[in-house]
Write a protein that binds this ligand. Structure first.
Ligand code: TNX
Length: 508
């Protein structure tokens, strides 16, 4: 970003007219939603032949959102936005909203802005946040609000972790039990497993449930589009599937007849041994689920998980042992085979497939697969060198479910950590060990909010802020000065967020 501050000022008030004739409705609707409504500015259209107070010009490729660069000028006679795409113009609107949030209110009405010229473009194109709505379901209204928060800080990806052992959160036509059974658990473990007596689960004694209907997803998708956010839905397979197996036991590896051992929806955290089997019917189920996801989520990507899949049941189940032999596979090679099968189906729908970095542990993965490197940087390095695009999501720097402070006693219970604000601010998404010729394969990064220990929307906000501010800056403009960010700008943003009812973690 470059910014030239002028010496004069400009007052934006209720009389301000708008010329956005080259911009789409999405841009003007955003302007009205994030500036017009909260500040009481109506932005009437300027009459033909007169110059508008605010003009938004989309310069070239309005139909592609790949060009995110924009210029914003506050001059003596008005405000001008020049953008290479609709998405870029939307970023400019968010910047203007930030400038106005810091502007002085005029006694006669309106806001006084400094004159300036600003040219801005992101360093990385993948800037996102992952929300786990399986471990704790998050209501639709909050997902919409989460999208607003992402967009305000120019994140353009919402990765929705929709299914896991502890809950299935998406309605799938033809499989009513996925939500009737799989979206519900009778109780939830409390505290850390390490603090619990052996085999004795201390639980909260209340049920937990929730899922999104097709109509809910339509609202979420529509709102994301309106904010310039792309949703990346994730259906985690073949592990992390206990909720689906609870709903349809024939997806699992336990023999029929051993009914008493069949798992319910998981009520504890940690990794489940209940994984999908490899039968043709199970593969057909996965294809049906992919069809259902593709039908309601219009984005370019589909995340198929692929993390943490214990192979124990594939070794011990007689049925799966037979199936492995039939397919000429071993328990070690089965996971890559599985991913190839389901990924091909997603590609047949024109989707780019994503997976967590375990998918590069086995055989070579199909070209075009995008890898999320979460355990450390190694998966990302391997994948980038092998020709794949990667999103860097190392737990050490992007797991916002970790404690924010080193004194656990003063923080709400969290899964582990810590990961403090300064560490996030110092995160460099391009691994130092990556050879220059492969660096363009690092698309960017995203923060993860896994919700084992995060039960409410308020708690999501607390874990998100201020750390999301740090990652937003790392990904958009690159890290600035520590003191300026940590001591000056973070408190300003936390205060503004609090004014809007969003309570991050205060203090350093
Ligand atoms: C690892 S990251 C997981 C998640 C947990 C998370 C908790 C990944 C692909 N798997 O299932 O929620 O750690 O931090």
């Amino acid at each position: 970003m470059s910014i030239d501050l002028g010496s004069g000022t400009y007052v934006l008030d209720a009389a301000a007219t708008l010329d956005a004739s080259t911009a789409g409705r999405r841009v003007t609707d955003l302007l009205r939603a994030v500036i017009g409504e909260p500040m009481g500015l109506a932005f009437p259209e300027s009459a033909t032949g007169t110059s508008a107070a605010v003009s938004i010009m989309i310069t070239d490729n309005a139909e592609t959102d790949t060009d995110e660069a924009y210029r914003l000028e506050v001059a003596a006679d008005g405000i001008g936005i020049h953008a290479g795409s609709e998405l870029a113009a939307m970023h400019a609107v968010q910047t203007l909203a930030q400038l106005l949030a810091g502007a002085a209110r005029e006694p006669a009405g309106g806001w006084r802005l400094p004159q300036l010229r600003l040219a801005d473009a992101p360093r990385f194109r993948w800037r996102g946040g992952m929300l786990d709505v399986s471990r704790h379901f998050m209501p639709v209204e909050f997902v919409l609000h989460f999208i607003d928060l992402l967009a305000a800080y120019k994140f353009t990806v919402l990765h929705l972790h929709l299914t896991d052992d502890q809950g299935w959160r998406l309605e799938v036509p033809g499989y009513p039990r996925l939500t009737d059974v799989g979206a519900w658990r009778p109780h939830t473990a409390i505290g850390h497993a390490r603090d619990q007596p052996d085999d004795h689960e201390i639980h909260d004694g209340t049920s937990h449930s929730g899922y999104y209907s097709a109509a809910d997803i339509e609202r979420i998708v529509g709102h994301a589009w309106a904010r310039g956010v792309e949703i990346v839905p994730e259906i985690d397979m073949p592990g992390h599937m206990q909720a689906a197996i609870a709903a349809y036991p024939t997806l699992g590896n336990l023999e029929p007849g051993s009914l008493e051992q069949l798992p319910g929806v998981r009520t504890q955290w940690g990794i489940s041994e209940h994984v999908l089997n490899l039968e043709p019917e199970t593969m057909a189920f996965c294809r049906d689920v992919i069809d259902a996801v593709v039908a309601v989520f219009p984005g370019r990507y589909l995340h198929l998980g692929g993390d943490e899949c214990p192979t124990e049941q594939w070794r011990t189940s007689p049925q799966t042992t037979r199936r492995l032999a039939e397919l000429g596979l071993t328990p070690e090679t089965a996971q890559s085979w599985f991913l190839d099968e389901v990924a091909q189906h997603a590609r047949d729908h024109g989707r780019r497939v994503l997976g967590w970095d375990e998918i590069v542990d086995g055989a070579a993965i199909p070209a075009g697969t995008v890898v999320m490197s979460w355990r450390d940087e190694q998966g990302g390095l391997r994948a980038a060198r092998a020709g794949h695009e990667v999103v860097m999501t190392p737990a050490s720097h992007t797991y916002f479910d970790h404690y924010q402070g080193t004194d656990e006693a003063t923080e709400p219970l969290a899964i582990g950590g810590p990961l403090d604000l300064r560490t996030v601010y110092h995160y460099e998404p391009i691994p130092a060990a990556l050879e220059p010729e492969f660096r363009s394969r690092v698309l960017g990064s995203q923060f993860q909010i896994w919700t084992e220990y995060i039960q409410t929307p308020e708690q999501v906000e607390y874990m998100m802020f201020p750390r999301a501010l740090a990652l937003a800056e790392v990904l958009w403009s690159g890290r600035g000065d520590d003191a300026d960010f940590l001591d000056r700008r973070v408190p300003i943003h936390l205060a503004r967020l609090a004014d809007n009812g969003v309570h991050g973690r205060p203090g350093p």
